[in-house]
Design a protein around this ligand. Structure first.
Ligand code: ZN
Length: 329
């Protein structure tokens, strides 16, 4: 006993080798501490994915810090003259400084590398690949021979177009947006928003509306890997193969604009992600663009079970825009 603490104090060694000692009136167990330390190092989406209840994040935060507050790792004795408030300020100042440096680097990157043409080509590529995947899903259970032949022809045409776009574009992951962000950076941010702005409110709505099956299905969905998210909206990319988008932050088109008129004529057009299959719109235009015998029922049948349960029929009071093929003819 070299520092005045009791010899029988409860101690535990964390995986990083640091020894933690419980304060005399602490009640949490070493396992509680290790669990909370592990949570601190988790990605915030993995940690908060199922914290859908109102106020849950704050409760978890309070509970976590109540446990951490019962343990001491000796850091305060190693730096006896450090003022906690000054340390917090220094930490925030350092965060601000790094943020500013990153902002400048991004702006310089955008000035040097941004190309509107490459950005458009990349979007066209993603859309074309989503189209090809859509026709492949149709071909899993075509409604008629005529539909099968049309889907085969269109899938092959889209696959060829995608190959040509890829060879013209090079690596799509190198294509930055006009703010200098790479697609991978935008996907990470998309996943976080998917959880906080769509998943959690939707779970609350479904719970309130007592839609138990739909609620359980959405709750059972595990966090997608960031790489599987769309870089242009807040949906997993795979949803675009079924004409489902999640453009959470897109405002309505300006009143009186051509975009507003087109949005009225073509429901779903404005809310659709630029990387999503365009088939829904083509179907609405009709003519040779619509697959023979394709119906809303067929669309619902071809959805993976989780998407079918969540999106068909419409969920209650979905707060955010979800473009879905609700006007099949
Ligand atoms: Zn998208």
């Amino acid at each position: 006993m070299t520092d005045g603490r009791c010899a029988d104090a409860v101690q535990v060694v964390a995986p990083n080798g640091v020894t933690w000692t419980r304060i005399p009136d602490g009640r949490s167990s070493p396992a509680d501490l290790l669990r909370e330390l592990a949570q601190l190092t988790m990605n915030h989406v993995e940690r908060e994915w199922d914290w859908w209840q109102e106020g849950r994040a704050q409760q978890e935060h309070d509970r976590q810090w109540a446990i951490l507050g019962e343990w001491d790792n000796g850091a305060s004795r190693r730096k006896p003259h450090q003022d906690p408030e000054a340390s917090a300020e220094a930490f925030l100042a350092e965060c601000d400084r790094r943020h500013e440096v990153e902002k400048q680097q991004r702006a310089a990157r955008a000035t040097e590398l941004y190309s509107k043409e490459r950005e458009s080509l990349r979007l066209e590529l993603m859309r074309t690949e989503a189209d090809a995947a859509f026709f492949a899903h149709v071909l899993a259970a075509p409604a008629s021979k005529e539909q099968q032949h049309a889907a085969e022809r269109r899938m092959a045409e889209r696959q060829t177009a995608a190959r040509e776009l890829r060879s013209k574009l090079g690596d799509p992951e190198d294509v930055i947006d006009h703010d200098g962000y790479y697609p991978a950076e935008r996907r990470t941010s998309s996943l976080s928003s998917h959880m906080t702005v769509w998943r959690h409110p939707m779970l609350r709505e479904l719970h309130k509306a007592k839609q138990r099956k739909r609620f359980k299905t959405l709750l059972a969905m595990r966090p997608p890997a960031p790489a599987s998210m769309c870089s242009e909206c807040q949906a997993p990319s795979q949803w675009h193969e079924y004409a489902l988008s999640l453009c959470l932050f897109r405002p309505a088109p300006p009143a009186g604009s051509p975009a507003e008129k087109l949005a009225r004529l073509l429901p779903g057009w404005w809310r659709r992600c630029s990387a999503c299959t365009a088939y829904q719109l083509e179907h609405q235009w009709g003519g040779t663009l619509a697959l023979p015998d394709f119906t809303g029922e067929q669309w619902r049948a071809m959805l993976p079970p989780m998407l079918r349960e969540i999106f068909a029929p419409d969920p209650p009071k979905a707060k955010k825009a979800v473009a879905r093929p609700n006007r099949w003819r």
